[in-house]
Design a protein around this ligand. Structure first.
Ligand SMILES: Nc1c(/N=C/[C@H](O)[C@H](O)[C@H](O)COP(=O)(O)O)[nH]c(=O)[nH]c1=O
Ligand SMILES: Nc1c(N[C@@H]2O[C@H](COP(=O)(O)O)[C@@H](O)[C@H]2O)[nH]c(=O)[nH]c1=O
Ligand SMILES: [Zn+2]
Length: 362
């Protein structure tokens, strides 16, 4: 077999943990001895054993002299779990094949150094691109300390998110709507503006047939106009943070705090998106799904605070100058300033079109 055969398996294992390992990366490990797979594992939850440890436990004594394929450089620090590089050395493995180096400053390169120093052969860069793509959120958050942002839009063919009379249920079909719930499972936080809360009374929970993790519901609502009987306040299904500005009176906040909502005061009145992202990054939000509405999308567009666009387009034409576009705000006066994207994925999903796009400028 070639390295890619086993690394593909490790990457496939890692993929299954995406979303639930946050804020840790998703990692897969496979141990091979004499052309036989003797152990494998994936990191499943932050604070629990790492992928390498699961694989070593499964391999038992067969790990001696074996080769490990792992999608991320084995860690070398004592976080919530002991260092994997120590475990690999203790179990006397012969070789470690690594897909991507760990950008976490506590690790990056240190794990590899320790393995080499212990006389273990190390090969790096096998299927590196796939492994980095898998953990684009983790790599982004480690580098920028703010969440990886996915903007989600669901529009008619002519780019509207509602009719001129405000009707929006539903523009896209059931299949597309369900597909967007996978992205709710994969993101730590979901952000909407007060306009969406007042218009749709959304629950913003992950409702997939096989369940899924609920993101933290983050409502941008400076004046605290969210109704006390809104689903995001009363349904107890997921954490809800409402971001207000300083002038909101204490006794008003109290009512929401008593309902279990976190009220967070955010400096300034206008949404300064980069500052909001650092603020959320500090609170451990490593990935953010922005569901709109138009005002919020307009602010994120203005500040180019977008790492991925998830666009569902329905083959319906709504028309009407007063019907709401997906991106509000001023917009760019010059085409040269438009946010240019590269199409990563285009598929038909039910009756609708789904596009996943990434900004062109790195
Ligand atoms: N109007 C449409 C959407 N509308 C999306 C809005 O964010 C809406 O408030 C949320 O989806 C709320 O729903 P929930 O209670 O959280 O499930 N999204 C879609 O994908 N298609 C559409 O047609
Ligand atoms: N999940 C994962 C790694 N994650 C690395 O370890 C850090 C978390 O350490 P801890 O707090 O102990 O869980 C995380 O930030 C990342 O650098 N490393 C690995 O060798 N294998 C794994 O499966
Ligand atoms: Zn580790």
């Amino acid at each position: 077999m070639d390295h890619a055969y086993y690394m593909n398996f490790a990457i496939d294992l890692a993929k299954r943990g995406i979303g639930q390992t946050s804020p840790n990366p998703a990692v897969g490990a496979v141990i091979v001895k004499g052309g036989e797979i003797v152990g494998f594992g994936a990191h499943l939850k932050a604070g629990e054993p790492h992928a390498e440890v699961h694989a070593l436990n499964m391999a038992g004594g067969k790990a001696i002299g074996a080769t490990m394929y792992v999608t991320l450089e084995p860690c070398s620090h004592f976080g919530k779990t002991p260092p994997c590089s120590n475990a690999i050395i203790d179990k006397k493995l012969h070789k470690v094949v690594i897909a991507s180096v760990d950008p976490n400053p506590k690790v990056s390169g240190e794990g590899i150094r320790k393995l080499k120093k212990a006389g273990i052969e190390v090969i790096t860069g096998v299927m590196e691109e796939e492994a980095k793509q898998l953990n684009e959120v983790f790599f982004h958050y480690m580098q920028y300390k703010r969440p990886f942002v996915t903007l989600k839009t669901a529009t008619s063919l002519d780019g509207k998110i509602a009719t001129a009379t405000g009707e929006s249920k539903w523009i896209t079909g059931q299949t597309a709507r369900e597909d967007s719930h996978f992205y709710r499972h994969h993101h730590d936080g979901i952000l909407v503006g007060i306009g969406t809360v007042l218009a749709d009374n959304p629950s913003l929970t992950t409702r997939l047939p096989a369940g899924g993790k609920n993101p933290v519901r983050i409502i941008l609502d400076h004046e605290l106009r969210t109704p006390l009987d809104a689903r995001v306040v009363t349904d107890g299904q997921a954490a809800t943070w409402i971001i207000v500005k300083a002038s909101v009176p204490e006794e008003k906040r109290r009512r929401f705090i008593n309902a279990g909502v976190e009220i967070m005061e955010f400096p300034g009145s206008e949404i300064n998106v980069p500052e909001l992202l650092y603020f959320l990054g500090e609170k451990g939000i490593t990935s953010l799904l922005v569901e709109g509405g138009a005002t919020i999308h307009g602010s994120f567009l203005r500040d180019r605070a977008v790492n991925q666009v998830l666009s569902y387009i329905s083959p319906k034409v709504i028309g009407g100058e007063k019907a709401k576009p997906a991106f509000g705000g001023e917009g760019f006066a010059h085409l040269a300033d438009a946010l240019e994207l590269k199409i990563k994925e285009v598929t038909q999903i039910g009756e609708d079109l789904k596009m996943v796009l990434v900004p062109k400028r790195g």
